[in-house]
Design a protein around this ligand. Structure first.
Ligand SMILES: Cc1cc2nc3c(=O)[nH]c(=O)nc-3n(C[C@H](O)[C@H](O)[C@H](O)COP(=O)(O)OP(=O)(O)OC[C@H]3O[C@@H](n4cnc5c(N)ncnc54)[C@H](O)[C@@H]3O)c2cc1C
Length: 445
């Protein structure tokens, strides 16, 4: 569907962003979507090469996108002078379009986890760290992974992170096992942004015991044990790795910000990233709806004397999907706008709401699209099953729904005292009004 900026945010989108939105849409529709299947076909089927090569078409797309200025669109000028300078809301609109295609984000150097890692380095890295790692990432020369989750720790509570970090003079020694390290299987992945638990100077504050360190992927002692599968997809060449660290030694200068500052860093990393995931998911939902509408109007697939789209249930699915997509978009743009007007911390509630609602809703839209395709919908002939699998993981990745709901519920519940006070004041005034109008009893309503 040609891109339309929602009416409610029209005045928040600059002329420059509008121009980019048009260019991005054109590039995604004419270059990336057609390249998606080529990309899949070029992922090596040869087991010994599957994780040692990557599809050459992505380099061609990157070259073309960069030549058109469609590069690093996610990075704000606040933290890096070379940032594209779009607001979170503007980039959110762009991310939606990128989400229509499997290759769109990477083609424009806007894919996770690199975007979040680049933001960490831009925001918290020192000059030497930026030079060594941020610059090649911004240049699209290397890729990166974010290593927080651990196989042997319930990682939705980040206080459980247990990769041991010991400081010996000018050296940091790391031991532990990470898993679900997205991108760590990619042969271009050169650096891991890694959350660790400090063994020296342990603070009594549970939120000051973790540190973030930069680990070159080729450091001795690191073994990428295996790629984990997402509903059977290995997501090669990117992959989600289990990675073992045994006495991995890195310079102390690879510590980001300082010992015990890990929570601060991961909290700063996750806010805008969640908005990007949400908007890309909405792009996937739009694509799913497109597929559904195309399929149910295929004149060669009539049932019981009608086009499938002429059955009432199917029309309802189309309408429901449109409502679901448009309401999700407003929720995410509201969160993005709040980040722009304040910061990610001020928008925690809005970000959490979007993070919870969007994947659930998009899963439902994609599920309807799959159902409308019959058996075709769940096989490799359409991108729907793969999209569904990818979006389903978002209910777990970046923290499971339940944790966000628990936090939201706790904060919402803090209103109890204020609500009771307001109700008491209303009750007092009601009693006064009853006396004034000589009303007896309370059964008037
Ligand atoms: C496709 C994919 C990609 C990922 N990529 C990365 C990555 O690049 N880097 C990285 O570090 N991690 C990554 N992850 C890991 C992800 O962030 C973690 O899986 C997530 O944070 C949950 O941690 P856990 O798996 O240890 O679940 P656990 O902590 O073991 O939790 C299990 C379940 O317990 C329940 N639960 C937990 N707390 C509560 C609560 N307060 N109330 C109610 N129920 C609760 C939830 O249902 C939760 O799903 C990825 C995951 C997936 C699926």
């Amino acid at each position: 569907m040609p891109y339309e900026i929602p009416a409610i945010v029209q005045d928040r989108v600059s002329p420059r962003a509008r121009e980019y939105l048009k260019k991005i849409e054109h590039f995604v529709e004419t270059e990336c979507i057609p390249a998606d299947e080529v990309y899949e076909a070029q992922v090596s089927k040869e087991p010994s090469l599957r994780w040692k090569s990557y599809p050459p078409i992505i380099d061609e797309l990157k070259k073309k996108a960069r030549a058109q200025g469609l590069w690093n669109l996610f990075l704000s000028k606040t933290h890096y002078s070379q940032g594209a300078g779009f607001t979170n809301l503007e980039y959110g609109l762009m991310a939606e379009i990128l989400g229509r295609s499997h290759t769109g984000s990477e083609a424009m150097n806007c894919s996770a986890p690199d975007t979040g890692n680049m933001e960490v380095l831009a925001k918290y890295g020192n000059d030497a760290q930026k030079k060594q790692w941020l610059e090649p990432l911004l240049d699209g020369k290397i890729r990166s992974a974010f290593l927080m989750t651990e196989r042997y720790a319930a990682s939705s509570d980040a206080k459980n992170i247990d990769m041991k970090m010991r400081i010996e003079g000018d050296t940091i020694v790391l031991n532990g096992t990470k898993w679900w390290s997205s991108g760590a299987c990619d042969p271009r992945c050169a650096v891991y942004i890694t959350m660790t638990k400090t063994e020296n100077n342990i603070s009594t504050d549970a939120f000051k015991q973790q540190s973030v360190v930069i680990v070159p992927a080729n450091t001795p002692g690191i073994t990428v044990l295996r790629p984990l599968h997402v509903y059977g997809y290995d997501d090669a060449p990117h992959g989600h790795a289990e990675v073992r660290f045994v006495n991995v030694r890195i310079p102390k200068s690879n510590l980001v910000l300082g010992e015990g500052r890990g929570f601060e860093i991961i909290q700063g990393r996750l806010g805008p990233g969640r908005i990007h995931h949400c908007m890309r998911s909405i792009g996937a939902a739009e694509r799913g709806l497109d597929y559904m509408i195309a399929r149910v109007n295929d004149p060669s697939r009539r049932t019981f004397g009608k086009l499938i789209s002429e059955h009432g249930t199917i029309r309802t699915w189309i309408a429901e999907s449109r409502i679901q997509i448009d309401s999700c978009r407003l929720l995410v743009l509201n969160a993005a706008d709040k980040i722009d007007r304040n910061d990610a911390k001020a928008a925690l509630k809005e970000i959490a709401m979007a993070k919870i609602v969007v994947p659930r809703t998009v899963i439902d839209v994609l599920d309807k699209a799959i159902q409308a395709h019959g058996a075709g919908g769940i096989c490799q002939d359409f991108p729907l099953a793969r999209m569904w699998a990818g979006i389903r993981t978002l209910r777990i990745a970046d923290g499971p729904d339940e944790v966000h709901l628990a936090q939201m519920g706790r904060n919402e519940n803090k209103r109890a005292a204020e609500i009771v006070k307001r109700h008491e004041a209303q009750e007092k005034r009601r009693e006064e009004l009853f006396r004034l109008y000589k009303i007896e009893g309370r059964s008037q309503l």
